[in-house]
Design a protein around this ligand. Structure first.
Ligand SMILES: Cc1ncc(COP(=O)(O)O)c(C=O)c1O
Length: 373
C-alpha cells in the first residue's frame, strides 16, 4: 500500500512538543495515572497486580462490558478494542474495502478517514461541509452520489475540524440510505459526549443501524490519549469477524495496563466528562469575546459540541499566518490547508485549561503586529 504522509500528524510531530502555547489540540486536558487511580478506592492496589502477559485479542472482557454499557442494545461481544482510534480506522478500512470500491467521506476530515481507503485503491467522493453563516451539509448531494459500488460512508460528528454536529433526523436519513442501498456507515464518534447540551447528542450508529460501525476512543472526550485505547462497536457479526481477523496482523491484543486504566475512567465517565465540559464552556466564553473583538480578521462559527472549531482567516494566507505566529510567539494553530487545499481556515482547540494563556499570547501578538481594530 502506498499511503500519503499524514499532513496533520507530521505538523504535530514538528511542533507539539516544542511550541509552548498549544492552541489547536483536539483532546481535552489529561491527567496522571495517580490522579486517575485516586478516583476509585482500591484501584491503585489492583493496578499493581495487573498481569503483564498477553491479553484477549478482542479486548479485556471487563473493559468491553464497560464500553458496551455506553451504548443502548450493545453487548460486550459486539465491542472490539484497538490501540487508539487510528488503528481501528486503518484496520476497518483494510478489512472491509477492496480496490475499486466507492467510498463517500465527509470533508474536511481527519486525513486517515479518507486516505486509507484511497491508498487501498477505492474511488473517493468527498461530501463537503459548506461554511455559510453556519456549517452546513447537503443530504441531497449524498443521495445523488450513491452508486451501485458504494461500499462505505464515513462520517464524523462532532466533526474534526469544524465542530459541526448533525441533526438527529439527518442521521436517521443517512442510516435509512445505508440500509436501502446496502453500504456500511463508519461513524467516527471520538468527540461524542462533549455536546454542550445533552439534547443535541446523536444516537450512536451502532445503536440504530445493524451494519453501522461506531468508532470510540479514550483520547478526546476523556483526555486520556496516552492510554491508546479505542474501539469499534457493531451489531454485524460478519463485520466484527473480519475486523478481529485483520487485527491479528497489527497489534494482536491491547496494552494490559491501559485496558485496566480505561475501565477506571469509564467507571468515572460522568466526573471526567463534566470536568472537561466545564473547561470547554469557560473557554468558549473567552473565545466568543476574542472573536467579537477581532471580527474584522476572523470568521467564527461557534460549535454545538466538542473541543475544536475551524474559524476562517479573512486577511492574508493561513499557512504564513500560522508560521509567523508559532515562530514569533510559540503559539500553535493548525492551518486549514493541512486538511483541504486552498482552505484559509485554522483549527483552534479549547478542551484544555491552558487555553487561556495561549489565547492571551495570541492576542498580544495581534496587537503588537497592528492587527487590532
Ligand atoms: C476524528 C478523529 N478520528 C480519529 C482520531 C485518532 O485518534 P487516536 O489518536 O486516539 O488514535 C483523531 C485524532 O485526532 C480524530 O480527530
Amino acid at each position: 500500500m502506498r499511503i500519503e504522509p499524514f499532513r496533520l500528524e507530521r505538523y504535530f510531530a514538528q511542533h507539539e512538543f516544542s511550541a509552548p502555547y498549544l492552541l489547536c489540540c483536539s483532546d481535552c486536558g489529561s491527567m496522571s495515572i495517580g490522579d486517575l487511580l485516586q478516583m476509585e478506592p482500591g484501584a491503585e492496589e489492583k493496578f499493581r497486580e495487573t498481569w503483564l502477559g498477553y491479553t484477549e485479542s478482542q479486548g479485556d472482557p471487563v473493559l468491553r462490558e464497560a464500553i458496551a454499557r455506553q451504548y443502548e442494545g450493545i453487548s460486550a461481544d459486539q465491542v472490539l478494542v484497538h490501540s487508539g482510534a487510528e488503528e481501528a480506522i486503518f484496520n476497518a478500512m483494510n478489512a472491509l474495502l477492496k480496490p475499486g470500491d466507492h467510498v463517500i467521506v465527509l470533508y474536511p476530515c481527519y486525513q486517515s478517514l479518507a486516505e486509507v481507503a484511497r491508498a487501498i485503491g477505492c474511488e473517493i467522493t468527498y461530501w463537503k461541509l459548506e461554511n455559510g453563516p453556519d456549517w452546513q451539509l447537503d443530504l441531497g448531494f449524498l443521495e445523488d452520489k450513491i452508486r451501485p459500488n458504494t461500499k462505505l460512508l464515513v462520517i464524523n460528528f462532532p466533526n474534526n475540524p469544524t465542530g459541526y454536529l448533525l441533526g438527529k433526523e439527518d442521521l436517521t436519513r443517512i442510516s435509512r440510505l445505508s440500509q436501502y442501498h446496502g453500504f456500511y456507515v463508519f461513524s467516527d464518534e471520538v468527540y461524542r459526549w462533549l455536546e454542550y447540551d445533552d439534547k443535541d447528542r446523536l444516537p450512536s450508529i451502532c445503536e440504530i443501524n445493524e451494519s453501522g460501525l461506531t468508532l470510540g476512543v479514550m483520547s478526546k472526550s476523556f483526555g486520556l490519549a496516552g492510554l491508546r485505547i479505542g474501539w469499534i462497536a457493531t451489531q454485524n457479526r460478519e463485520v466484527y469477524r473480519k475486523l478481529a481477523t485483520y487485527k491479528d496482523y497489527t497489534t494482536i491484543c491491547n496494552s494490559a495496563p491501559s485496558e485496566f486504566l480505561s475501565v477506571i475512567a469509564l467507571n468515572h465517565k460522568k466526573q471526567i466528562i463534566d470536568r472537561n465540559l466545564g473547561i470547554i464552556s469557560d473557554n468558549i466564553t473567552r473565545l466568543n469575546d476574542f472573536f467579537k473583538k477581532y471580527d474584522h480578521l476572523f470568521k467564527w462559527t461557534q460549535p454545538k459540541a466538542g473541543p475544536i472549531a475551524f474559524p476562517e482567516l479573512l486577511k492574508g494566507r493561513i499557512g504564513e499566518f500560522c508560521e509567523n505566529l508559532v515562530s514569533k510567539t510559540g503559539v500553535l494553530l493548525l492551518p486549514g490547508d493541512l486538511y483541504a487545499e486552498g482552505s484559509n481556515h485554522f483549527r483552534i482547540g479549547f478542551g484544555r485549561a491552558t487555553m487561556t494563556a495561549a489565547l492571551q499570547k495570541f492576542q498580544e501578538y495581534l496587537e503588537a503586529e497592528g492587527m487590532g481594530k
